[in-house]
Write a protein that binds this ligand. Structure first.
Ligand SMILES: [Ca+2]
Ligand SMILES: [Ca+2]
Length: 335
């Protein structure tokens, strides 16, 4: 029952005698109800409908059963040295975190991202990647503000620090323990629990199959990408929605390509090779390599080599760009 209906109910139950005083009382009642209605709307705003559609408070997670695997690669770069690692069971986000999910966090908390604080982020302007003033998580890779109908795209223009802030907020809001995956967790899941060593789809690209979003024929046609894979067409010259492409054999979407994904570790060449064997997680910052955080998986902007499950890269923790996003992990045993 709304406030006007409530007024009608009392007016019927407690009729006021006709005359000037009765009319004045009615006028006072209507004005008071308008006042209450105005402030009740202001204090209890309705959730925009598009957010309800795209951002479940509890994101879809996939249970990754723990085990042992060979992290790194014998054929890869020298800082990808193959070594044995064991990983406990954990949950990993089914999708890259979306614009809609991140917007909910910003609306609820008033959080200012690194891009908001510095006043810019990197965008692609059709010729090169350049700084753009005012670009933040609501913008696409070209620097155009996303429409609500595009909130299912992975969020970009967020820093590692922003991603961690999101994890902390979601953990507090739900009582579960959300965090960024460690580098070992990420590679364990990308390699299908150690079953593959090069790509999740095998050593070669399957003919006529769209397996991941990276630099392909579409990129070559749209932005003359010099490193595009000449015989592969995934249909996306730029970023694809977070639920596009078939999932890998563990049920995870876009682990390879689309946007790079922040990991919890500091980047450190030595730790990757010499860190502890069980659940490695590099939490110590060293000046030599430790000024950057690990990113994994490659993006729409990279070539095929970045799709290798052991491929490593890094980013400064307070910088954002149009090619890096993130995916959540959750400890098994938490809600
Ligand atoms: Ca592509
Ligand atoms: Ca990805």
């Amino acid at each position: 029952m709304n406030l006007y209906a409530l007024y009608g109910f009392f007016a019927k139950k407690c009729p006021v005698k006709t005359g000037i005083s009765g009319l004045r009382l009615n006028l006072y009642l209507i004005l008071s109800l308008n006042f209450l209605l105005f402030f009740s709307c202001d204090y209890f705003p309705r959730q925009p409908k598009h957010l309800d559609k795209f951002d479940p408070v509890r994101p879809e997670m996939v249970l990754i059963e723990g085990g042992e695997f060979t992290m790194g690669s014998k054929e890869g770069q020298k800082y990808e040295k193959a070594h044995k690692v064991s990983v406990s069971s954990f949950y990993l986000g089914k999708y890259e975190v979306t614009v809609g999910e991140f917007k909910r966090f910003v609306l609820k908390t008033g959080y200012k991202t690194s891009a908001d604080k510095t006043g810019w982020s990197n965008v692609y302007n059709g010729k090169a990647v350049k700084r753009m003033g005012g670009a933040n998580f609501e913008f696409d890779e070209h620097g155009v503000q996303r429409l609500p109908s595009e909130y299912h795209y992975p969020v970009i223009h967020v820093s590692w620090e922003d991603a961690v802030a999101y994890c902390k907020w979601l953990s507090k809001a739900t009582g579960a323990d959300y965090h960024l995956p460690t580098e070992a967790q990420w590679e364990y899941a990308a390699s299908l629990r150690g079953q593959v060593s090069t790509f999740p789809w095998g050593d070669e690209l399957p003919p006529n199959q769209r397996v991941a979003n990276f630099s392909d024929k579409s990129a070559k046609a749209a932005w003359e990408c010099a490193w595009a894979e000449a015989d592969y067409d995934d249909g996306y010259a730029y970023i694809a929605p977070a639920d596009s492409f078939p999932p890998n054999a563990l049920g995870l979407y876009n682990m390879q390509g689309n946007v790079w994904e922040y990991c919890a570790d500091w980047y450190d060449r030595a730790y990757y090779q010499e860190g502890r064997e069980r659940n490695p997680h590099n939490v110590k910052q060293k000046l030599k390599d430790g000024t950057t955080r690990v990113v994994r998986g490659g993006s729409w902007y990279e070539g095929l080599d970045a799709m290798r499950v052991s491929h490593r890269n890094r980013r400064l923790p307070s910088k954002s760009s149009n090619i890096v996003g993130f995916r959540l992990a959750r400890r098994k045993g938490t809600i």
